[in-house]
Design a protein. Sequence first.
Lengths: 228, 362
Amino acid sequence: MIEIWHGLTKAIELIVSLDSEVMEIAVRSLIISVTSTLLASLICLPLGSLIHFSGFPGKRILINLIQTFFSLPTVTIGLFVFIIFSRVGPLGGLNLLFTPAVMVLGQMVLITPIMLGLIISALSGVDKVIQDTAHSLGASRFQTAGVVLREARFAVTSAVIMGFGRAISELGIAIMVGGNIRGFTRIITTAIALETSKGDIEFSLALGIILIFIALIVNFALNRIQQR
Amino acid sequence: MPLIEIIDLSQRLGERDTLKNINIKVERSEVLALIGPTGAGKTTLLRLIGLIDTPTAGKIFFDGVDTGKSARDRLEVRRRMAFVLQKPVVFNMNVYDNIACGLKWRGVEKDVIRQKVTSILEMVDLLAEKNRSARTLSGGEAQMVAIARAIVSEPEVLLLDEPTANLDPISEATIEELIRNIIHHYDTTIIMSTHDMAQGQRLADRVGVLLDGRIQQTGDWREVFNSPRNREVADFVGVENIIDGVIASNEDNVVTIDTIGNAIEAISDYPVGEEVSVCIRPEDVTLALSRISSSARNSFVGEVTRVVLMGSLTRIEIDCGFPLVCLITKRSAEELDLTKGKQAYATFKATGVHVIKRETAR
């Protein structure tokens, strides 16, 4: 018990003193996850709108399929991306394995279904009359989509934040395709996993606290948005 | 060339034919009111005219352009119209931006937008509220914004779906005043739907009676009101006395109609033997306590079966072998002391009777 208490105080010391390694890992985590979230948003916003606004056979099935991918295990994605980018894989020639780039890609695979599904349901939540109204006032299909997206902006933002939350907290992909290389691909979750197994509890705790803190901020932002 | 020409338009939703073979022409600057009960297809028709939905069959020509062809044409035509939907939804932005939307989408310059939106805001008396979130407006104000938003782009055609439904009487009067203003200032062609016949009468040049997905009759108000084409229209426009009979004789278009035991005289050109319905407006019936000699051709004695006070008027139902509803002033009713069970003479002119052909099979 004393040891845990001791570890906790040391962890807080590490955070308060802005320990360079802790900060570097935290910042890298943020950069990778923010990047993957932004890139996934760039895909999901137009794609989600397209799926929502166009009627095609199998639309319901597609949405169900997207929702199925909500709970895709991170290690499965990690394995999948690993195979593709390994030396013998189809994209092995790019030499991207064990780089931040491939970690971003893996996280995108993870959060795209979640964001896509939530964006589609956010758009479905907008009263159909809004769409008709925009239409009736002379909006083109594109402009109508813009209005509906705008009306759903809070729910859409929530979808993006949910994606980010999932990205920053995942471990499987980061460790499998990133490789946890110190100063290059080591992020909060991979560092915690490694340091804990090495017995460096205080370092792990410091990063854990930061991760919880980030989760807290994300949650807080989400709550603020949903209250509107 | 009419501005809007609708040819054989039909709409099928699921298993139901919501519109059947609609044919209407609307001239430029005309105000047409579609009247009919709820569920008659008024909204469906307006949505088709507004190019929000596409019909199952038939064509709509706008200013000579077939609107069923390309999506680009449809957008272009849609931008020459504006449609105020029955449920006034405002976008979740401020009042100014709500009204500016249509102009922005049409690529109008910012300065012009500002000037136009400001003048419309003045017109609807909402200039002080321009920065307010539109979601916080009252029902009447939201409807004002919805109409302002529609007319700011100066559409050639304005479609209004039940513009005053669900509004309090004061808001209703304000909205009507605004519509009258628009008719006056902009010379806009307006097609509006209403279930309120009086409103149609107040605002429109011409009415189209839509019943059960069919346009039953179009014409000016007086025409529809006084000469309903068939029993359904007569029912809808409030002719309370509709009596079935057969033409028994016809002399120079003065017909005698046999209505099971009674003979009613009327003006009509239907031949002997034709099955008809006789429409008599309650306000056209005169009541007296004894038989009066007058030029009126129809006089029947009967027993008062019901007396209902309606403000300054009294509605009296009398059984003359057929039930007849009469509307007389409260004072007349008091002077005649008309009470239930009393005998009275009901008189009406042959020219006050409207005869319509009965359609045996539809």
